[in-house]
Design a protein around this ligand. Structure first.
Ligand code: LLP
Length: 390
């Protein structure tokens, strides 16, 4: 991601900033669309992972759909050229205003998360004399074996409709004449790297499909959600996820009916490796027990380490060439911290780095997903700018 030319260009840019390697983004999208096209699978991009305009434009140019979780995301998807028949709208708390906006935009489908929501969408669609396509988001009670803060498919989570409520769903669908039942939707969590988890999900999807068919509701769309993880430890050697193995699981274990569509909602796996947060060392504090690198970026720019104990690889770009040319070891341990007035404002403790100095450029890798979009203005901080490779 960083050759000497790139690092030299960084010298004159105000830090902190997000650096997007558009080549990596393109390669990732190519790998994903090639692998999904093999089985005729449809991919929607989970826009919440990153709605940077240039990122959206490139993703859209691959013919990928958009998975939105707010009215503003639906609006942005349409504005960025995503085809309305490839826009889906999920979310446990859609407001009436957001539902109306999506109805007016004639999106493909609402992924509905409660029985009550079915009636609300039905009423709002009726008022517009429209029929809304709906998929039922089912909480499958499948453990994603990921960090508990980003698990969504267990009974204890707020998402989706529990299996024991399905008879109520069937009753509601029969009553709601302004709804068209399209299919079933699942999403069990994020940063999933164990393919066995997806096999269990397939089993549950097959059971649910049988249930709907047995109750007189043919399933036209199976939406398996997203969640495919990326390698936060080796961003260079694993620049994108193993899309082939991922899609193969669904091809092998899902009971796909003739003419049925299979949908995926990938967020992280499409964008995570394409960006890094670039920051400068403001101060080096050598304490009795600890050495601290105080950066000009903090939890306001990248919250994941503080919120989910997430690991991000950290590199000193300014010392990189010295380390490589002189075969130096990275033998100092630093706690890499931000400037925010919170003790949790620490990217990682005991990071092995070469001796580092004020002004050194530091890259925090794999920051393309759930990073820029989760930035805040806490401490009245400016928003970090975005810089692109091309
Ligand atoms: N579909 C639904 C219904 C979702 O809730 C999500 C993510 C996705 C798809 C996309 O999941 P992905 O492929 O990106 O794993 N902020 C957390 C992740 C939250 C994920 C929320 N839902 C993080 O930084 O790890």
């Amino acid at each position: 991601m960083f050759n000497n030319d790139t690092i030299n260009k960084f010298q004159s840019i105000e830090t902190p900033f997000y650096y997007y390697d558009m080549g990596i983004l393109r390669q990732t999208l190519e790998a994903c669309t090639n692998a999904s096209a093999r089985y005729g699978f449809h991919v929607h991009y989970a826009m919440k992972a990153n709605f940077n305009p240039k990122v959206l434009d490139m993703i859209q140019s691959f013919g990928i759909g958009a998975d939105c979780v707010s009215g503003n995301e639906v609006k942005a998807a349409i504005e960025h050229g995503f085809a309305k028949e490839k826009v889906v709208f999920a979310g446990v708390g859609k407001s009436d205003k957001e539902i109306n906006l999506a109805l007016d935009a004639d999106i493909f489908c609402f992924n509905v998360e409660s029985v009550q929501e079915l009636f609300i969408i039905n009423d709002l669609a009726a008022a517009k004399n429209k029929k809304a396509n709906v998929a039922i988001r089912i909480n499958p009670n499948v453990d994603a074996h990921t960090h508990h803060f980003i698990t969504t498919g267990l009974d204890e989570n707020k998402f989706g409709i529990n299996i024991w409520q399905l008879p109520d769903v069937a009753d509601a669908l029969r009553k709601c004449t302004n709804l068209q039942f399209l299919g079933i939707h699942f999403h069990i969590g994020s940063q999933i790297t164990d393919m066995e988890v997806y096999k269990s999900l397939c089993t549950r999807i097959n059971e649910m499909q049988d249930w709907f068919e047995d109750h007189g509701f043919p399933v036209k769309v199976l939406n398996t959600g997203g969640g495919l993880g990326v390698d936060y430890y080796n961003p260079d050697t694993n620049a994108f996820s193993d899309f082939e193995s991922y899609f193969n699981v669904f091809k092998d274990f899902l009971n796909v009916r003739p003419g049925q569509e299979v949908h995926f909602e990938l967020g992280r796996a499409l964008v995570a490796q394409s960006a890094s947060l670039i920051s400068r060392v403001l101060y080096v504090k050598n304490g009795l027990k600890k050495n601290f690198l105080v950066l000009d970026a903090g939890m306001t720019e990248l919250l994941r380490p503080m919120l989910y104990q997430a690991y991000h690889s950290i590199e000193n770009l300014s010392q990189k060439s010295k380390v490589e040319s002189q075969n130096l070891t990275q033998d100092i341990k630093y706690d890499v911290v931000g400037p925010i007035c919170e003790s949790t404002d620490c990217f990682r403790k005991d990071v092995d780095l070469p001796e580092s100095f004020r002004g050194d450029l530091i890259a925090i890798r794999t920051a393309g997903a759930y990073a820029e979009v989760m930035a805040s203005g806490y401490n009245l901080r400016n928003r970090a700018q975005s810089v692109y490779s091309e």
